[in-house]
Design a protein around this ligand. Structure first.
Ligand SMILES: NC(=O)c1ccc[n+]([C@@H]2O[C@H](COP(=O)([O-])OP(=O)(O)OC[C@H]3O[C@@H](n4cnc5c(N)ncnc54)[C@H](O)[C@@H]3O)[C@@H](O)[C@H]2O)c1
Length: 370
């Protein structure tokens, strides 16, 4: 498979993403080309990754003074205390602005590594090597860094763009199916909000993608998805307006994840898949989305056996908790809940246009699902 490069342009920085299969082994060459001044590198690595993957990365970086900080990737560890411990480690080892952090893992490691790179000495070099599908198509793109607080997810954070990203499909081989489906949710979201042709292509090829039958199709879906997100970030890096459309399905998802205490019972991507189908139902109820388009989306979910019934995951008693967390979403501007809905496949409502109060949403969830 040929290596493909696209450039992300944002107001603060332009930088490349390299896509391919088995390209971990050329990381050293890419560092030399893009960051010639780097001498020291610290890999912040997910502890759960297959050993062979880390070995491949380490082998390609032999020319550098290398250290590895291993961390178990989970939402509990994604906090400022753990972040501070890593920063202290870097300071103790005299990391300077010309030195480099590599985040090697899924979205948890990527978000934390970006945060740490940004805060240490006001900015170290940063390379993101996402190892989950979700991180390749979503979390690694756009420069949001962050950690969780006791008050909620990702409430402490900054924007910090990497110097480059390596997106290697071969690292996804060891990823559990549940995580592949989770990442597919974000690919599907990008098609639903902006690109009907891409949705129709996924409608045809989605099964092969989630079954990992064909790396070329997978790579194509990843690149297409990244391009959609890059175009949005290029126009609105700091989420002043347009970038909010990426929250389609996410306000419900936040409520669903919160109601399950952000536990592994429901991971982020599964919550997003449920959130998107609920938001599509609501779009139809509000007479924004035609029934035939809603049915097409539902058919795709059923064909691919994606999570679709919230009443399989929640009982009626949990609705209040869902609403409580939806109200806490950081994109709300008053007491109402701000939503992005679909007006057709490939088109969403304008940011800050639709807001509902908690009771309205509660009534809708009750009448539709319980
Ligand atoms: N910055 C952003 O714009 C953005 C966008 C979306 C999500 N996020 C954040 O991303 C996080 C979710 O990311 P995620 O879904 O990648 O979760 P994750 O990092 O927790 O990874 C999911 C699981 O897969 C395992 N894993 C990772 N790579 C693997 C591999 N190659 N083989 C086998 N197992 C592997 C991890 O150990 C973990 O158990 C959340 O914290 C979310 O807030 C950030």
């Amino acid at each position: 498979m040929k290596k493909t490069k696209i450039i992300i342009k944002t107001k603060s920085k332009s930088y490349p993403i390299y896509f391919g299969s088995n390209i971990l082994k050329i990381t050293g060459g890419l560092v030399k080309k893009n960051l010639p001044g780097v001498k020291k590198i610290c890999i912040i690595s997910d502890n759960n990754l297959p050993k062979l993957l880390l070995k491949k990365l380490v082998n390609s970086l032999k020319k550098y003074e290398l250290s590895i900080y291993k961390l178990s990737a989970n939402e509990k560890n994604k906090n400022i205390k753990v972040g501070n411990k890593i920063i202290e480690y870097l300071l103790k080892n005299n990391f300077n602005r010309s030195d480099c952090i590599i985040g090697f893992g899924g979205g948890v490691i990527g978000d934390m590594s970006a945060f740490i790179s940004n805060l240490t000495k006001r900015g170290l070099k940063f390379i993101n090597i996402p190892t989950t599908l979700l991180a390749q198509v979503d979390a690694s793109i756009g420069g949001k860094s962050g950690v969780n607080s006791a008050q909620g997810k990702n409430l402490i954070g900054t924007y910090y763009q990497p110097d480059f990203i390596i997106s290697d499909v071969s690292v996804l081989k060891s990823l559990p199916r549940r995580e592949i489906i989770s990442g597919y949710g974000e690919i599907l979201k990008h098609s639903l909000i902006l690109d009907k042709n891409f949705f129709l292509w996924l409608f045809k090829n989605g099964k092969k993608i989630i079954n990992r039958e064909n790396d070329l199709l997978l790579k194509k879906a990843i690149i297409k998805s990244c391009k959609i997100k890059c175009n949005i970030v290029k126009k609105d890096e700091k989420e002043k307006n347009l970038r909010m459309i990426l929250n389609f399905g996410h306000t419900f998802a936040h409520g669903f994840e919160g109601a399950k205490n952000f536990s592994k019972k429901l991971n982020h991507g599964e919550a997003v898949l449920l959130g998107m189908i609920v938001a599509s139902e609501l779009s139809n109820k509000k007479k924004l989305l035609q029934l035939k388009e809603l049915l097409l989306i539902k058919k795709h979910y059923l064909d691919l056996q994606l999570p679709i019934n919230i009443n399989k995951t929640f009982n009626k008693k949990e609705i209040n908790k869902i609403i409580y967390f939806m109200k806490k979403d950081k994109k709300n501007i008053d007491k109402k809940i701000n939503l992005i809905l679909l007006s057709k496949i490939g088109k969403v409502t304008k940011p800050n246009k639709i807001s509902l109060n908690g009771n309205e949403i509660k009534k809708f969830l009750n009448s539709y699902y319980f």
